[in-house]
Design a protein around this ligand. Structure first.
Ligand code: HSE
Length: 428
């Protein structure tokens, strides 16, 4: 009869130390729920001498084989992040028949197939709740509680850093200043590319789409636009029209065809996601039986992310206790096609600067008319040093036709600037 489940931590940084702390602080309660105590036997670190604030510091090692080749370690928690050495360590752990819990969205979104194949071959569990939405339960709710639904849409705010930046920009800060503030607060990395370009959100929505639609969706399948080119003016004018600007991650299945996107979007101010501000995340799932459900909370951070990892560890411990191996199987049953971006239909918000001359607006309107894109609103906002600033909102239009119109009007000598178009969701 097994007396405890031994955990090996690959990484003792922000998340790893949070996991050690939660396992220690709540040990009796966790043992009761899992039916068996969980103990961190060893943690892999880069530097043994670095001062650590973790209250219950486990024994440390700098040698990965101390964990990967230790037959007493039942489950490995990978919280190193990035591709390598995380991928090799996970595969080595699986070959050694150790279960794996990971927070690594990059690996899941790129190598989900390889990881699940290895898990299946070695009859081990692979859990990854912390890879999307930090502390928000969303992976297992999708796989388990909502499994009886046909899910046709999953969408939400899955990147706290960009949501923080957009929240700052909504009160007038420039993108650059808002980013600096996010860095000063410790939300944005020194190299903010993965967050601001939408890559982090793309990885997360790829993982959610795979589970929701039972199909293989990888990071490469996600069409993405980041927030780098947005101006506080976009947010101000959107607000005047009754919208908030959010970086939306969106996955939809329409007649068996998938559409998976990350892009800035105008959301009606009364939409539940519009009031999700700062570093918070929220994800909405639409199922045929349940309707719409929203999951809301901290999408990152030491203890929220540790909460998700420890929840997975408890599940693994239960499986071990019951003698069940490889319970958490891959659910990407189907290969489904993806919608070409050019066919997608949406409404657009577009900010332009035009020469302040007679007939210019008519010329711009004609460019849209030629492509059969109907304009819902045309508002001249103000005179800039260069000319007239104009905001357009279209009726639903095919991306290809909208793009053709914008490409045409950008060539006019009277067009002084064409800013990034933003998709408009719902009615304000
Ligand atoms: N950088 C992410 C965010 C957290 O800002 O939400 C880790 O996925």
């Amino acid at each position: 009869m097994k007396e405890k489940v031994n955990v090996g931590l690959l990484g003792l940084g922000t998340v790893g130390s949070g996991v050690a702390e939660v396992l220690e602080a709540n040990s009796a309660h966790i043992a009761e729920r899992a039916g068996i105590p969980l103990v961190v036997k060893k943690a892999l670190v880069r530097n043994l001498n670095r001062p650590r604030t973790v209250s219950a510091c486990p024994p440390l090692t700098t040698d990965p084989s101390d964990i990967l080749a230790d037959p007493e370690i039942d489950v490995v928690v990978e919280v190193l992040g990035g591709k390598e050495p995380a991928l090799s360590y996970i595969l080595a752990a699986m070959r050694a028949r150790k279960h794996v819990v990971t927070a690594n969205k990059e690996l899941l979104a790129k190598y989900g197939k390889e990881l699940f194949t290895a898990a299946e071959e070695n009859q081990v569990d692979l859990y990854f709740e912390a890879s999307v939405g930090g502390g928000i339960p969303i992976i297992r709710p999708l796989k388990e509680c909502l499994a009886g639904n046909r899910i046709d849409k999953v969408y939400g705010i899955v990147n706290g850093t960009t949501n923080y930046i957009l929240t700052q920009m909504a009160s007038g800060k420039s993108y650059e200043d808002a980013l600096k503030q996010a860095q000063a607060e410790g939300y944005a990395e020194a190299d903010p590319y993965a967050d601001v370009s939408g890559l982090d959100a793309a990885r997360k929505i790829a993982i959610l789409a795979s589970i929701a639609f039972g199909a293989r969706v990888t990071e490469k399948d996600v069409v993405r636009i980041g927030i780098e080119r947005l101006s506080p003016l976009d947010l101000e004018y959107a607000r005047e029209l009754g919208y908030k600007v959010k970086l939306l991650a969106r996955a939809q299945e329409i007649n068996g065809v998938l559409q998976v996107l990350v892009h800035p979007a105008l959301l009606p101010s009364r939409h539940p996601l519009a009031s999700v501000d700062g570093v918070l995340n929220a994800i909405v799932v639409r199922g045929d039986a349940v309707g719409e459900v929203m999951f809301h909370g901290f999408g990152a951070g030491r203890l929220p992310t540790a909460s998700a990892v420890v929840g997975d560890l408890i599940e693994v411990a239960r499986n071990i206790k019951e003698g069940v191996r490889g319970r958490n199987k891959c659910t990407c049953f189907h290969q489904k096609p993806f919608y070409p971006v050019s066919d997608m239909v949406t409404r657009y918000f577009l900010r332009l600067e035009l020469a302040d001359q007679p007939g210019v607006l008519a010329k711009v309107a004609a460019a849209f008319g030629k492509e059969e894109v109907s304009l819902a609103a045309v508002i001249q906002k103000r005179l800039t040093e260069r000319g007239a600033e104009v905001v357009l909102v279209t009726h639903p239009a095919e991306e290809r036709r909208f793009r053709n119109a914008v490409t045409a009007l950008a060539t006019y000598p009277e067009t002084l600037a064409v800013h990034q178009p933003i998709a408009v969701e719902g009615d304000a």
